[in-house]
Structures are given as C-alpha cells and as structure tokens.
Write a protein that binds this ligand. Sequence first.
Ligand SMILES: O=C(O)CCC(=O)C(=O)O
Ligand SMILES: [Fe+2]
Length: 382
Amino acid sequence: MSTTTTTTAGTTKLELRTALGPVYRDVLPNPPRDCTPDEIPVIDLEPMFSESLEDRAGVAAAIRAAAVNNGFFYVRNHGISDEIIERCRQQILRFMRQPQALKDRVDSHAHSRFYNGYLGSRRAQISPGETADVRESFSFRYAPGDDPSGDPGPLPADVARWLRSEDFVWAGTAHLDGFRAACVAYWGACLTLARRLVRAFALSLGLDEAYWDDKVTCPGADAVFNYYPPRSEEEVRGGYVGLGSHTDLQLFTLLWQDQVGGLQVLTKEGQWIRAPPIEGTIVVNIGDFMMRLCNDIYKSTVHRVTNESTQERVSMPFFFGLNFNCVEGVVPSCTSESNPPRYAPISCGDWCQMRFKIEREEFLKTEEGKKSAAPSAVVVAM
Ligand SMILES: O=C(O)CCC(=O)C(=O)O
Ligand SMILES: [Fe+2]
C-alpha cells in the first residue's frame, strides 16, 4: 500500500480521550481515501441465524478476520427491517427540525443525570484536539419495560442501581406522535441483533457461544441518534468536525447511516479511509471494552465524521455492552502464561461512566462549553 512508504516525518499526532487519560496516534499526511473491501469487509449474517454450528462458525471466522484488522465491518441480512429503520429515521428528522426551544425541553445538560436526551450542535466535543462537534443528538438507554425479550421483572439491587434510562426524554417528546414507538422499535431490533451478534463474537474468540448470554440481560444498550446539519460558512472556514476522532466505549457498536456519507476510519498505518454508505447494511465496530476483554486482539478503531455535503445527515448508532454491574476481565481464550492479561477487571458501567464524565467536564471548561451551562430556557446565540 502506498501509505506504508510515507516517511514518519510528515505524520501528525492525534490526541484521543480514553477513560484512563489521553493516548496518541500517528496520522499520515495523505488525504482520506475510500476503503477497500479488505479493509472494511461486508459480512453476510444470514448463516449466523442457521441451525448449523458450521454456518455460524463461518460468520464468526469472518468477524474475527475483520476485528483483528481494522475493527470495522459492514453486515447485511442483519434482520432489522427497512420499515423499522425508515420510521425511526423519519421521526429523528421530525424531532431535529423542530424549533430549538422544543428540542431544549429534553436538553441533556439541563435535565439528565446520565447523558440522555438532546445535545445541540457545538454542545459537546468528543475529541480534545479538534473543534466542538457540529452534530445534534438524541440519546436514551436500556429500560427493562422496553426489552424485546420481555421485561426481566424485579431486578437485584446491584443491577437496578445501574439502570440509566430517564423518562424526561419521552415526556418532553410526547407531542411528537409515534416518536417514542419508532425510537424504541429500532432500539429493540438493535438489541435483539446485538444479543445474537455477541454469541458470534464469543464463538470468534474460541469461547462457548453462550459465554456472555447471562451478562447481557440488562445490558449497556445506548441509542444515540445523530443529526449532522450542513456546516455553516463559518464552520467550514473554521475546519469544524461533525463528530471528532474517538473510539467507542462498549463491546461493539451497530451503526446505521443514511446515504449522505461522512464516516472515516483511521487504519493501523495512520491513514484515514472513508466508510461509505452501502445500502442495506449496518456498520459494526469494536469498542474499547471488547478490546480490553480480548487483550487487544480485536481493535477498537478511531473514527470521525464530518458532513461535507449540503444535505442533512442522520446516523443511528447503538452501543452494546455487558450488564453495567458485570465486572469482567480478559477472557480465558485470549490469555496464557506467555500472554498475561494486560487489563484488570472492571465493570462496563464504571468504564463508561469514567469517560462520559471526563468528556463532559472537559467540555464545560471550553468557551463553547461555558455557554452550555446557561439555563435551558435561554437559547444561547452562537
Ligand atoms: O455518525 C456516524 O457515522 C458515526 C457516529 C459515531 O461514531 C458515534 O456516535 O460514536
Ligand atoms: Fe463512534
């Protein structure tokens, strides 16, 4: 590949935020280019739903190959219907196109204890060395009453204390007929798919398929609906990003994106590659917690988004992890006497909380962040 011949002299350092403090990556000076099918393959999930273990093992092997490489792949035949996706996308557009005051009813800074609700454009900055994010988002989390596998019923206290859903997100959007139902239907379909996929991941790591089954009963299942408006002239001139460079936090992310494009992935070599929309697919990428559990065999890969088009862009990631109370260390199949665990066990909940907190606290110290501390009733002029 031509990128490997570039000398290190022209590289730049990219600072990334992690739960444990900053880490750095070298980035080549080459402009972003399209990915090749080897770099971000398309995996057909049809055989994952087969009765035959051999079929399922084939999918697991394909996942492993992608996960050790760039940690990103597309899946098709994933089982989430076009109707569920389209209804959700339409409702997100409807929510985002409302007057600012209506969106601020569910403002995250003002109302949420757990980073749920609405975040306006330039109200967060995921990457410390880039700009605030020109992205609006609406987030909600696992609620037992909405679980597509059925309400798990009364939860033990150590599980219940980790529940992160908040009703204000639905109370403040109740005027949008069908909004909640469409969001929850998409979220539920993602959760069902993720619980299947986590079995394929277990198989891919040489574990029993059921290895994590009882640890995903009340899981990290965070929907974050992203809306990237076309950037203003000023934002284009200022080199504003849509969503700055970052890694995802949990086991893996399911990411539906519309046809506008803008997602980029940083390869091991330090080359930005575009992950263009492919109709009928969902992007899957490895998160930091999975990388910990498999002792770095699978890669939690840096990615970023900028909407360079003149259209609105919608993406609908779903972040999937273990039950937040589960304290999990490196899995047995990824460690040996000669390859000891690099990471201490930690709960998925603590892991996520650490980074969300750092991100919010650091942002509130920036100039743009200080404006977010304004009372929610005040629409702050940008
Ligand atoms: O919008 C996208 O394509 C990616 C979003 C993303 O990376 C995230 O929300 O973590
Ligand atoms: Fe992401």
